[in-house]
Design a protein around this ligand. Sequence first.
Ligand SMILES: [Zn+2]
Length: 284
Amino acid sequence: MTRARRLLLALCLVAAGCGDDGETEDGSGTTVATVPQPGTETTTSGGGTTASGDSGADTPTTASPVTSVAPSFETTGPPGSAAPIFLRPRPATSILVEVGAEDGAEPTQATIDHLRNVLADVSQKPVQMTGVPAPAGRDAWSASDIRRAADDVGSGAEGEVAVIRLLFLHGTYAESDTVLGVAVRADTMAIFADRVDEAASPLIGPAAIEAAVVVHELGHLLGLVDLYRDTGRDDPEHPGHSTNRGSVMFWAVESTLVTDLLTGGPPRDFDAADRADLDAIRAS
Ligand SMILES: [Zn+2]
């Protein structure tokens, strides 16, 4: 069975498991999961203003929006800026995660399940996972490239559904080849599958790293650490990150140094301080 086939089955299983939330009017959002050919290059949205805090700034594209994907909510700002949309009970009453993976870069079933469970837990909303077309590949990805690829393959959603875009890519992040994952816009994150594989060690396999990195990037979209609030608890050496090595928001979780610095394996979940921040945003 090919990895693409396994992903398709995985996403179908997830979708079946979470039932029909009935919120998404876009047909591809509710019935899930084809992994068709790469999407056409018809859509460009403006792009955010920065990459995630650990990765340096990226000049946004200035191309005008062209067409079609019409997100329900304003999610074109930097990572963390849409945290209230994902976390507050309203106006978004459910979350759709669009997963696009290059051939051979697909996530494991466990990663999909873990992401969905964590997001449903902290948002207290129904979460649906859906497959979208594979993004067209490239060797090096800037933040703008990732945003554009996410928009090209994204299906969008209407109504009270907040959308998160997640890409699994070959190649490297253009600004640093030590990056395993990156959050590039309020609604968009990417995982570099080859870098994850290379970061694995005999004791810590790529699946464990992949699951941790995905939740780490999700944490940035949800405003961690201090990307939305200003608690002063983020790591001064690594802005946007936790100083707690037991938190999935510790900076090294998304670095090729992960197995060197977290020899017991990376944490896969938020710590109490992270969850307190998420609770505060949800209640704000
Ligand atoms: Zn990070």
